[in-house]
Design a protein around this ligand. Structure first.
Ligand SMILES: Nc1nc2c(ncn2[C@@H]2O[C@H](COP(=O)(O)OP(=O)(O)OP(=O)(O)O)[C@@H](O)[C@H]2O)c(=O)[nH]1
Ligand SMILES: [Mg+2]
Length: 366
């Protein structure tokens, strides 16, 4: 295996998506330099038709080159399951469409350029052909100008994709639950993670990831802290980002319930959230937090989960005093191990034909 095969997300981060102003300035600059050069030529060396074609071609090449990053971005998102899922879950299908539209711009520009070039080629009036070419350059530029908002949106999406914790091929533990349940507090107990704890709801606004080296020996487990979820149908972007994390392939969820009577989400709400989380990701462990402060309410929540017929027994914990955390961690380790074993089995099954082939060659050589 190569040491550091760059992930699709790294590739996305490295893309520079030039906006309209940059594309306009560069085109103007390059065409301007070309015109200056022509002006300095002695009259007999000038060839207006050739110059006109060169002007149109230069503008086209500059713009095409600038649009290339959009084509790549769309290719990456289309190909990569994690990136595509994230875009669709958080921003909807229309965001994918924006990426497609900007991705195809460079091809459309090529069609436009071919048509304009032909017009210049057949333009009769040699005296006016350069001016005509310049007006066609303006048409190429305005093709981009009319789509400047699309380019801005694509850049926004690219920034979001660059910072989202999209983790492929490594074990991931996602901590989810209602606002203020203590998700960030628990994340800090489990992993080296730079996430803020606050005594008010919605302290965490974006998923944040950190690494734990102690859950499984010699293996990094990623822990993701997520923003709080409310029990409602229509979600805002912050909640959608949390939901996107739950859908990450191969992830395990710790769903944290909050017994604090001041919670924004009622007990019924927290149970209905639990059902939703389980639908999105059946590999879920449930814990009731803050048992140090709300023991009776925590017991009650646990009984409610029992009555909810979800076949899961919550662990009572306190992320602050550490009570119950050991039990939670041992359940987590068990689930992580069984998931890793499944992955390894699948990998072995997939490798078997190639292995027997190579064994065949070895014995043939011996
Ligand atoms: N008594 C008690 N308080 C806790 C416990 N865990 C967290 N808290 C407190 O609960 C409040 C919220 O903690 P956070 O870790 O920020 O909760 P969160 O779920 O990340 O909150 P959001 O990011 O806003 O959704 C803070 O005041 C914590 O100190 C606990 O086990 N016991
Ligand atoms: Mg938080």
């Amino acid at each position: 295996m190569t040491k550091s095969a760059r992930s699709v997300q790294d590739e996305i981060r490295r893309l520079h998506l030039p906006q309209y102003d940059e594309i306009y300035a560069k085109t103007r600059n390059r065409v301007g330099r070309l015109l200056d050069r022509y002006k300095r030529l002695p009259g007999r060396q000038r060839n207006p038709r050739r110059e006109s074609l060169e002007i149109v071609d230069t503008a086209y090449n500059v713009i095409k080159d600038k649009l290339e990053a959009y084509r790549k971005l769309y290719e990456y998102v289309k190909r990569d399951h994690l990136a595509r899922e994230y875009v669709v879950t958080v921003y909807g299908d229309k965001a994918l469409k924006v990426l497609a539209q900007t991705g195809y711009m460079s091809n459309r520009l090529t069609n436009l350029w071919r048509a304009l070039r032909k017009q210049v080629y057949y333009y009769k009036d040699t005296k006016k052909v350069i001016r005509f070419a310049l007006s066609n350059v303006a048409r190429l530029v305005s093709y981009v100008k009319r789509r400047r908002e699309l380019l801005e949106k694509a850049l926004e999406l690219k920034k979001e994709l660059s910072k989202a914790p999209l983790i492929a091929g490594a074990p991931v533990v996602v901590i989810a639950g209602p606002p203020n349940a203590g998700k960030s507090t628990l994340a800090r107990v489990l992993a080296e993670i730079n996430t803020k704890v606050g005594e008010y709801p919605f302290t965490t606004k974006e998923p944040v990831s950190g690494v734990s080296s102690s859950l499984i020996p010699f293996l990094k487990v990623h822990v993701i802290d997520t923003p709080g979820l409310l029990a409602r149908e229509k979600r805002n972007i912050i909640e959608l980002k949390a939901l996107a994390m739950l859908k990450m392939p191969g992830s395990i969820v710790i769903y944290l319930l909050d017994p604090d009577p001041g919670s924004r989400v009622s007990i019924e709400g927290q149970i209905s959230l639990l059902r939703e989380v389980l639908r999105l990701n059946p590999n879920t462990i449930v814990a009731v937090n803050k048992v140090d402060a709300w023991r009776d309410r925590a017991e009650e929540l646990k009984r409610e989960v029992g009555r909810a017929d979800v076949d899961i027994e919550p662990v009572l914990i306190s992320a602050i005093t550490g009570e119950g955390v050991e039990e939670l961690v041992s359940r987590l380790k068990m689930l992580l191990k069984s998931m890793l074993e499944l992955t390894l089995d699948a990998a072995k099954r997939n490798r078997r034909p190639a292995e027997s082939e190579s064994r065949g060659t070895e014995s043939g050589n011996a």
